[in-house]
Design a protein around this ligand. Structure first.
Ligand code: GDP
Ligand code: IMO
Ligand code: MG
Length: 418
């Protein structure tokens, strides 16, 4: 069977964790294939909220195999913390979580370098989650990195050599730091040792041949992609569908469905351009109702209207076959809803995302009637208010991809299949 991929189409936090949890019963295997603990994926069920950073969102469903594959950067400290808190809930993952030997490790000094780099950038900082993502991927492409497979190959001396390189860099940054976290790092390494460490590319391709179904869970979102996002205000991995091939070791022809997930509006956390951002009371209202505060850092998320120019760009890059709209309920009380359908740049209209997404890019909005109905208890499309059906029809016509799921609340149950 082919691998289905679920991807964020905006600037992250689209509700990937929730939807992966909803879709997991349909699959045998769930993978995380890029990014690292910069991700915060929230799942809610039985009145409990769980936020996952390194671990795939399939782990709360029994009898599913989860894999952290080669494209991921793994922080042993965060990993141990996650494993410990799951263990406290009676969930033992040592049997059903496998880790790629090719996944790169985030060292304490990677995180310190992230902080040093951001501090050095001053006002033009990226607004990184400071989880060491950039420096770890830099070491990966610079061919200096330490991988999970190195745990069995003279690990301590490799660790020391990489740490020493980092310390030279930190001197150049003239950045003050301590190594307090080093002990925890090695504790985390011991936890990783308890897990099956394999060549996940072989395992996945074998599972595909055996007819097993696989869902790949993207992290971040297309507009944070290292190549196509709003560079330099992006993350350091390919968040688009192609990243699933390199991040797992599967051929492009092995990709099946591509689920594209987007919020009914738009958010962004960290720095960088955001044409449809609302800096007024309406933006504040979206943040309050949508509880738009980062799952990883707690930072307030910037809020704005849905941007179809950006969304169409994301659809093009990912080959999305099915759409999922989340946080629809957050718009329940809005009299009118706006959607950006074009940009005006120096008075010229365009429906293309420009190379320079600067402040000169002004969104042109289409205004829609709000539904003014509480959607949180709605469970079938027959219960949809007319205005919501119109909103969905309008989006499908513009995007030319069917919307297959509408999410109306954070809980696992609050989703409607169309
Ligand atoms: P992810 O990074 O894409 O997994 O998304 P996050 O978990 O960072 O952020 C999404 C937030 O919205 C979480 O707090 C979810 O519990 C919540 N959420 C997901 N879907 C919905 C929805 O349809 N409605 C509402 N109100 N909240 C939702
Ligand atoms: P999930 O998977 C939202 C943002 C950061 C920053 C930029 C670079 O939960 O959707 P990094 O730590 O990668 O160096 O940060 O990317 N960012 C995210 N924003 N959701 C995420 O993940 C993000 N991961 C990184 O805020 O602007
Ligand atoms: Mg998130």
């Amino acid at each position: 069977m082919k691998v289905d991929v679920l991807l964020g189409l905006q600037w992250g936090d689209e509700g990937k964790g929730k939807v992966v949890d909803v879709l997991t019963p349909r699959y045998d295997i769930i993978t995380r294939f890029q990014g690292g603990p910069n991700a915060g994926h929230t799942l809610e069920f039985n009145n409990h909220k769980h936020i996952l950073h390194n671990i795939p969102s399939g782990i709360f469903r029994e009898d599913k195999l989860n894999m952290i594959t080669n494209g991921v950067v793994l922080d042993p400290i965060v990993f141990k913390r996650e494993i410990d808190s799951l263990e406290a809930m009676g969930i033992d993952l040592t049997k059903n979580l496998w880790i790629s030997r090719r996944a790169h490790l985030i060292l304490p000094t990677h995180r310190i370098l992230d902080a040093a780099s951001e501090a050095a950038k001053g006002k033009s900082k990226i607004g990184s989650t400071l989880k060491g993502i950039g420096p770890t991927y830099m070491d990966k492409t610079g061919r200096n990195g330490l991988r999970v497979g190195d745990l069995d190959l003279d690990f301590e001396s490799k660790y020391k050599a990489l740490k020493a390189k980092h310390q030279v860099l930190l001197k150049i940054y003239d950045y003050e730091y301590n190594m307090d976290e080093e002990e925890k790092f090695f504790e985390g390494i011991e936890v990783i040792r308890k897990f099956k460490r394999v060549d996940t590319e072989y395992e996945l391709n074998r599972f595909m041949e055996q007819g097993k179904s696989i869902l790949a869970e993207g992290a971040q979102g297309t507009l944070l992609d290292i190549d196509f996002g709003s560079y330099p205000f992006v993350t350091s991995s390919n968040t688009i569908c192609a990243g699933a091939c390199t991040g797992m070791g599967i051929a492009p022809t092995s990709i099946g469905e591509v689920y594209g997930i987007f919020k009914a509006y738009c958010t962004r956390v960290g720095s960088g351009p955001f044409p449809s951002e609302l800096l007024d009371d309406e933006g504040e209202r979206l943040r309050d109702i949508g509880k738009e505060f980062g799952s990883t850092t707690g930072r307030p998320r910037r809020c704005g209207w849905l941007d179809l120019i950006a969304l169409k760009y994301s659809l093009m890059l990912n080959g999305v076959t099915q759409l999922i709209m989340t946080k629809t309920d957050v718009l329940d009380t809005f009299e009118t809803i706006k959607v950006a359908t074009a940009y005006s740049i120096d008075g010229v209209l365009t429906d293309q995302l420009p190379y320079n997404l600067s402040a000169d890019v002004k969104p042109v909005y289409t205004e829609m009637q709000g539904w003014k109905t509480d959607l949180t208890g709605v469970r079938s499309k027959e219960q949809f208010p007319r205005e919501l059906s119109e909103y969905i029809r309008f989006l499908e016509k513009e995007l030319k991809v069917p919307i297959k799921f509408i999410s109306v609340g954070p809980d696992r149950e609050q989703i409607i299949t169309l």
